[in-house]
Design a binder for this molecule. Structure first.
Ligand SMILES: Nc1ncnc2c1ncn2[C@@H]1O[C@H](COP(=O)(O)OP(=O)(O)OP(=O)(O)OP(=O)(O)OC[C@H]2O[C@@H](n3cnc4c(N)ncnc43)[C@H](O)[C@@H]2O)[C@@H](O)[C@H]1O
Length: 274
């Protein structure tokens, strides 16, 4: 069985269906892994969520910042942003089932030397440590205090990881690394405001995956989130957000042979308009 990892869908369900058909045309029995941001900003968040859920055991996913944002909006913790396209989910008859399913999804996956996360990892984390820290967040999200967790999730501090962090600060720092990081310093201090290309890093900052001595260099990190980075294939790195939402492509990469399947996407949102 071949495993195809698929980049940020952001509610672009017609393109998801097209991509899955293209994959099935070359692979009779595929398995899928989605690297998060299933919903929001695109035209069909509800249909996207339903389609991924309906894949059942043939698909896995990790949570992205927009998926967590959906949970927060649905529970009245955050007001919807004017660019959000979550209303169809919020009004759906199966909304509770969908949201319950979503909050039980993992923050990271590690299999066959591939570490799947939505945005990235801090340079001082090993793959095993990343999985343990992701597990801490998953435990909170699946536990009785998960709505409190969403209340405390927002914010950019602490920007730097420390093993001694506790409580909300610890969980926020893990969530920010796994679902929002693009740039950090050599010591792993995150810069979460910049969202454009890798060429515009602030002085002292670099793409998280370019930090020398990053402790996840011994596995292949597979991630999305950074649409202006686009498809990047290195021996130990696969970046998959190719800006489907912004008029780019939706991309799948086969983990076994690194073959790439892409579909062209209409421009659902204009860059810079949000
Ligand atoms: N712990 C937490 N703390 C805070 N917020 C949290 C949170 N957890 C969840 N959230 C939520 O996260 C959401 C997003 O926050 P934002 O802070 O608005 O996220 P973003 O940088 O726009 O990133 P996005 O994930 O949309 O990435 P993309 O590369 O597609 O887009 C990035 C940029 O690239 C630009 N872009 C895309 N294609 C381009 C192109 N071809 N040319 C130029 N620019 C382009 C776009 O204009 C866009 O601005 C919010 O809803 C927020 O509530």
């Amino acid at each position: 069985m071949s495993t195809y990892v698929i980049g940020d869908l952001q509610g672009c369900q017609p393109k998801l269906s097209e991509l899955l058909d293209r994959i099935r045309a070359v692979c009779p029995d595929p398995r899928f892994i989605f690297v998060g941001d299933l919903v929001n900003r695109g035209p069909s968040s509800l249909a996207t969520l339903r389609e991924v859920r309906a894949l059942g055991d043939t698909a896995n996913m990790v949570l992205g910042n927009h998926d967590l944002h959906l949970l927060a909006v649905a529970h009245g913790i955050r007001k919807a942003h004017r660019s959000d396209t979550l209303d169809d989910i919020l009004a759906a008859p199966d909304r509770d089932e969908l949201l319950e399913w979503l909050r039980r999804q993992p923050m990271a996956l590690l299999e066959n030397g591939h570490l799947m996360v939505h945005a990235g990892v801090l340079p001082q984390w090993t793959a095993e440590q990343t999985m343990a820290l992701a597990g801490e967040v998953e435990t909170v999200l699946r536990g009785p205090d998960w709505i409190d967790f969403l209340r405390q999730m927002y914010g950019n501090e602490p920007a730097r990881w420390d093993d001694s962090l506790e409580g909300a600060d610890r969980i926020r720092c893990i969530v920010n690394a796994l679902t929002r990081i693009r740039f950090c310093t050599a010591d792993g201090t995150m810069e979460l405001a910049a969202s454009k290309g890798v060429e515009i890093a602030l002085p002292g900052y670099m793409a998280w995956f370019d930090v020398p001595g990053r402790k996840t260099e011994d596995v292949t990190v597979v991630f999305g989130h950074w649409s202006t980075l686009g498809l990047t294939l290195r021996p130990n790195l696969i970046s998959l957000d190719t800006g489907c939402l912004w008029g780019g492509k939706l991309t799948a990469v086969c983990l076994e042979d690194r073959s790439v399947i892409q579909v062209d996407c209409p421009q659902y949102q204009r860059p810079g308009s949000i």
